[in-house]
Design a protein around this ligand. Structure first.
Ligand code: KG4
Ligand code: ZN
Length: 353
């Protein structure tokens, strides 16, 4: 039985390491953000991301063990994100963990990053625990800079993608919009901040596919509409209108997410909903989920440290596999995509389940 695991997440631009136990208790987690390194470029530069992972990772693991008051002797195994993500970033985490596992003769497992997001609501620590009795099955909305999908999470290792975006992810749309109006990177949080002072009804932005009887989403039309509108505005007016623009743009995204989420719950006849990924930090989305709770939904949004990219979710997923006797071979590679068996795909259309 594996009791404690070290996990590593380097699929994108955050270097995150954690020690998690077999109950999902996060003994320690440390994350080094690279936001400042990428800000001058207005987005993530893959080469910079991988270089920074290789500088940060080993010292971070050392600090993690020290902070937890543990040594490598206390660790029974390792987990590392090996898919999907930026190849150069994934390689750094994967090679480091392979070397540690091999030299210590302990098992390791390569984990799908998205599966980690789906299981994040089970994590706990000294200041967070999931609601009493929280369990499968549930609908999960994973919304971040790289993904925007709806899943039917039937049980551990039994996940079906039931809806997804046809183009941009919701976080990507926030980031691109922020760039259009010079709010800097990462943009979602800036749009959220300005939106709080704005009028969400001032501009009418498209809510693509919202009335379609399926669980597909699309945010590129919204982005183009915003771009066209901004080009018609005089720079001085644009400056004054930024908060109304942010509020209206944000309202369009949140409307689509909430609409598709509740439609998914209706189709799968459940009131259990999980929201995860960086966009779950959005204050308007959170207000709307409070409204869902008032309507009888049980909504779980893990705390931000387990919603954004983090190693704890990878550790918990990894330990569940290792304790089922499933581990990775030393020749496993990184992959920019999920593998075929990670998820079932059953994109819902009216009349089908
Ligand atoms: O999960 P995450 O940390 O990283 C991945 O992309 O995997 O998500 C980052 C995304 C970015 O697109 C960022 O703009 C968005 O989450 N985000 C937000 C907010 N905070 C972060 N979007 C809207 N409102 C926010 N408050
Ligand atoms: Zn993610």
């Amino acid at each position: 039985m594996i009791k404690k695991i070290i996990s590593v997440e380097t699929s994108c631009d955050d270097t995150s390491v954690a020690i998690v136990d077999n109950e999902g208790f996060v003994i320690e987690q440390m994350t080094a953000s690279q936001d400042l390194e990428h800000t001058p470029y207005g987005g993530i530069v893959p080469e910079i991301a991988s270089r920074n992972h290789s500088i940060a990772l080993l010292p971070l693991i050392e600090s993690l063990l020290k902070k937890a008051g543990l040594t490598l002797k206390d660790i029974d195994g390792f987990a590392v994100t090996n898919r999907p993500g930026l190849i150069g970033s994934l390689i750094v985490g994967l090679m480091t963990i392979k070397a540690m596992a091999e030299s210590l003769k302990k098992p390791f497992i390569g984990v799908n990053h998205l599966e980690g997001h789906l299981l994040a609501p089970f994590l706990k620590d000294n200041s967070y625990a999931p609601p009493m009795g929280f369990d499968y099955p549930y609908i999960a909305l994973a919304v971040s800079g790289g993904h925007s999908s709806l899943y039917w999470v039937k049980g551990f290792s039994d996940y079906t993608i039931i809806g997804t975006t046809k183009d941009d992810a919701a976080g990507e749309a926030f980031d691109k919009f922020a760039k259009m109006i010079d709010l800097g990177y990462p943009g979602g949080v800036q749009v959220d901040r300005l939106a709080q002072m704005g009028n969400p009804q001032k501009y009418s932005f498209p809510r693509s596919l919202i009335l379609d009887k399926n669980l597909m989403m699309s945010f590129s039309g919204l982005k183009s509409a915003a771009h066209r509108l901004i080009q018609t505005l005089d720079p001085q007016i644009l400056e004054k209108e930024k908060s109304d623009l942010c509020a209206s743009f944000q309202e369009a995204i949140v409307d689509v997410l909430i609409h598709k989420l509740t439609y998914a719950a209706e189709i799968y006849q459940t009131k259990k909903i999980v929201i995860t990924g960086g966009v779950s930090a959005n204050s308007r989305l959170r207000t709307k989920t409070e409204e869902l709770k008032a309507k009888g939904y049980s909504v779980v949004i893990p705390p931000l440290r387990y919603c954004t990219d983090n190693a704890a979710m990878i550790g918990y997923t990894g330990i569940l596999y290792l304790n089922k006797g499933i581990n990775s071979e030393i020749n496993i590679g990184p992959s920019s995509q999920s593998t075929e068996n990670d998820f079932k795909i059953s994109l819902y259309q009216e009349g089908e389940t």
